[in-house]
Design a protein around this ligand. Structure first.
Ligand code: ZN
Length: 396
């Protein structure tokens, strides 16, 4: 009986010994391999275990890590074990990534107040990134402050680090207080809804004759080469081109902020491509005070007056209505008298007119308006970056 037990024990010992003899150590890694860690969080070893046949030899594992969790990169951690003259080695790949956007700080804070008619000088900004360092030079600054016009303006500052993490902050600039400069006697002629073959070309001829600039708030002009030439001519004559929008369809453009901005940026891109000109000012179809937009999206105009600024546009309504759109065909006399009546020495006069195909009487009225204004001592200007612009009261 004892003999049998000894034999069994001997056989078991033989099995175990053979097991160790023929087996190799095995290292098992816990956690992912490869593993992604963010720079900010740092790398923490997720653990491992090692066995030789049935025996736990984890304590014998040596870990060699080259990970620098302060620097984006791909690193290797090597695990080796040496036990009873047998060894094994395995690796883990550690990818250190940056998910932290740069930090933009605005000098003098996120809200500043300046006096009406003073010069706006951006107090400046700084941008630091955890992996790229100082990225101040890459910051894109968008927006204008119209110091002629009391109100709130927005400037946006945007920057990405080399790993695509984007930071964006806005500065609010409040223009307040009484003017410190005398108002000049100026007229800004503005024409909406063009260009049209007949009316726009007549208007350009008149403007050229009197050497007077104007601003055209245009719609999509299709693939029309003649219209492209006309717009180039306008720019050469000292006129500025503003955006009315790709479409004038209220239901479409005022359905959402995205719809409106798409409508603007698609026309902007087309103008840049066809004319090599970058528009900077928008006129909202119906004006910023329109109430028709309420039918499509409540509060949209309040959102849009801010949204367009953050995209780097000024927007302007008018404070003199030529009334050329008050009926299908308004007489030239009525247009002239409306302008004469509404223009004033106490303000910058931005006159609303139209140069769509049906507005022949607007083209008829223009010479008389210009002659009258020059006699009265007005000068003409095209709308320019930094204003003045006119903002009507937003009603939606
Ligand atoms: Zn219009």
């Amino acid at each position: 009986m004892k003999k049998v037990l000894v034999i069994i024990l001997l056989i078991l010992a033989l099995i175990v010994a053979t097991g160790y003899y023929f087996s190799v150590p095995k290292i098992t890694l816990h956690g992912d391999n490869p593993i992604e860690v963010t720079m900010k969080d740092g790398y923490h070893e997720p653990g491992f275990e090692a066995k030789l046949a049935f025996k736990d030899i984890t304590a014998h594992v040596v870990v060699d890590s080259e990970v620098n969790d302060n620097k984006v990169g791909s690193y290797t951690v090597t695990y080796t074990v040496d036990y009873l003259g047998k060894s094994a080695e395995t690796e883990r790949q550690v990818n250190v990534v940056d998910r932290e956007p740069p930090v933009i700080s605005l000098k003098e804070g996120k809200s500043i107040t300046i006096r009406s008619y003073s010069q706006f000088n951006d107090p400046g900004h700084l941008a630091m990134d955890d992996s790229d360092g100082d990225v101040t030079e890459n910051v894109q600054v968008k927006g204008y402050v119209d110091t002629y016009n009391k109100g709130k303006y927005y400037i946006s500052y945007q920057v990405s680090d080399s790993y695509g993490n984007e930071a964006k902050v806005n500065r609010e600039v409040i223009v307040a207080g009484e003017p410190i400069k005398k108002i000049e006697k100026v007229i800004y002629l503005t024409f909406d809804d063009g260009p049209s073959d007949t009316v726009t070309s007549r208007i350009l001829k008149t403007l050229k004759k009197y050497d007077v600039p104007a601003t055209f708030f245009i719609l999509d002009y299709g693939q029309n080469e003649e219209k492209i030439k006309m717009l180039k001519r306008a720019i050469n004559q000292g006129c500025t081109i503003g955006l009315h929008g790709y479409s004038h369809d209220y239901g479409k453009i005022y359905s959402s902020t995205t719809a409106f901005m798409d409508n603007i940026t698609s026309l902007d891109a087309k103008i840049q491509k066809d004319l090599g000109y970058t528009p900077f000012v928008i006129r909202f179809p119906g004006g910023s005070s329109n109430t028709v937009s309420r039918n499509y999206e409540k509060g949209i105009m309040s959102q849009l007056v801010k949204a367009v600024q953050l995209e780097g546009y000024m927007h302007s309504d008018w404070n003199v209505d030529s009334n050329d759109a008050s009926a299908n065909s308004v007489s030239a006399e009525r247009i002239v008298s409306s302008v004469k009546k509404e223009c004033s020495e106490d303000t910058y006069n931005v006159i609303l007119m139209h140069d769509s195909a049906s507005k022949e009487t607007t083209a008829d009225a223009l010479p008389e308006i210009i002659e009258w204004a020059l006699e009265e001592g007005y000068t003409f200007k095209a709308m320019e970056k930094g204003g003045p612009t006119i903002h009507q009261r937003v009603n939606n």
